[in-house]
Design a binder for this molecule. Structure first.
Ligand SMILES: Cc1cc2nc3c(=O)[nH]c(=O)nc-3n(C[C@H](O)[C@H](O)[C@H](O)COP(=O)(O)OP(=O)(O)OC[C@H]3O[C@@H](n4cnc5c(N)ncnc54)[C@H](O)[C@@H]3O)c2cc1C
Length: 329
């Protein structure tokens, strides 16, 4: 059976593993402590935060079919949020997502989706792959940062964000230059936990003309019996300009921005933490070709191949697997 190594254990990696598990022997590697990648959930008892992806839509028939069993088993549910759009401090739009396109979330946390998909797969966590080498038989070996060698594999598929994949995959990869040109942007995620709910009139909000781009009452999502929590995302320009700054300073600034926008002091939160996502989202939303190099038996995949977003991660996996199958792996 063909042996495939997949770098990453986010949605695109787990989708590839599921789509190929009957045709290949698959091993996944992720540098993180758990699966999910940018669909992760941070627990800080008694609080709980989806600090990456906030919700997702399902616009293609393939993704709708894929999520149906997870909806039936209540691992995915609709988030019927009271949605508003802020321009600075002014609300310029209101919507009830109950009557709008469905927005879905994992239950009880966004990471429930990946945890379910990971069941039964061979996954090496806390294993950061540093480089790849080919042995004399033409098989790939993966070197992790502790110096351990993992192999041998017929194929290696990277699902890391494009700048990290460009660092990792050898320059002989046919699409190396192309992939290097696909830019991704950073984002800060501020997590705030409160012992008492704040009297806000929305559950989800996009924000323009501020250093904050998104505000959500995470505890308003279905299946989250936790105390009141807010997840605040910075704007991309703010994150880009301040990535190296001390996280306490970032927290203070994003708290001040949020307080200004909603007119309530959020600096009183009982729990505060900041996470910096270096490669949160695509700079541009356009889809790219499937990056499959048959000669070197290497591929790169991920949301960034399909313009970003959760559904893009799934679609990129489907497109890659279809092309691999056309070529009998
Ligand atoms: C702040 C934020 C908000 C977002 N909001 C939304 C939203 O509301 N809706 C939406 O649809 N999408 C949203 N997204 C995007 C969404 O999270 C992603 O599109 C999707 O999760 C990407 O999945 P993926 O599998 O392609 O990549 P990832 O989830 O990033 O998986 C890649 C994995 O590769 C691992 N990795 C990287 N390098 C190595 C290495 N060298 N060795 C081992 N492992 C490695 C990483 O640890 C990671 O787990 C958001 C993302 C962020 C960060």
């Amino acid at each position: 059976m063909t042996k495939i190594a997949i770098i990453g254990a986010g949605l695109s990696a787990l989708s590839i593993a599921h789509l190929l598990k009957d045709q290949a022997r698959i091993t996944l590697f992720d540098k993180a402590r758990g699966v999910s990648g940018r669909m992760s959930t941070r627990r800080a008892s008694p609080y709980c935060f989806d600090h990456g992806a906030q919700y997702f839509t399902a616009r293609t028939a393939a993704f709708q079919t894929f999520i149906q069993p997870l909806i039936r088993s209540r691992l995915i549910d609709r988030w019927n949020a009271r949605y508003v759009k802020f321009d600075g401090e002014k609300i310029i739009e209101r919507k009830d997502w109950r009557n709008d396109e469905p927005r879905y979330v994992g239950v009880p946390g966004m990471n429930a989706v990946a945890k379910h998909l990971a069941d039964g797969l061979t996954i090496h966590l806390k294993t950061k792959i540093a480089s790849l080498q080919r042995n004399l038989d033409g098989k790939w070996q993966l070197l992790d940062e502790s110096g351990s060698v993992h192999g041998d594999f017929d194929w290696v598929i990277s699902t890391a964000p494009s700048p990290q994949a460009a660092e990792l995959l050898p320059t002989t990869f046919q699409y190396h230059d192309y992939m290097r040109g696909i830019e991704m942007r950073p984002c800060f995620s501020l997590m705030l936990g409160f012992s008492e709910p704040l009297p806000i009139e929305f559950d989800a909000a996009h924000v323009t003309n501020a250093d904050v781009s998104w505000m959500a009452a995470n505890s308003s999502k279905p299946g989250r019996p936790h105390p009141f929590t807010l997840v605040i995302h910075s704007s991309e320009p703010y994150a880009e300009a301040h990535l190296g700054l001390d996280r306490d300073i970032i927290a203070k600034h994003l708290c001040a921005e949020t307080s200004r926008i909603i007119g309530l002091d959020v600096a009183t939160a009982d729990f505060k933490a900041v996470h910096g996502w270096h490669y949160a989202n695509n700079a541009k939303r356009e889809p790219h070709q499937v990056l499959l190099d048959r000669v070197n038996k290497l591929a790169a995949c991920g949301d960034w191949c399909q313009g970003g977003r959760v559904e893009g991660a799934f679609t990129s996996a489907v497109n890659l697997v279809e092309m691999m199958k056309e070529n009998s792996l």
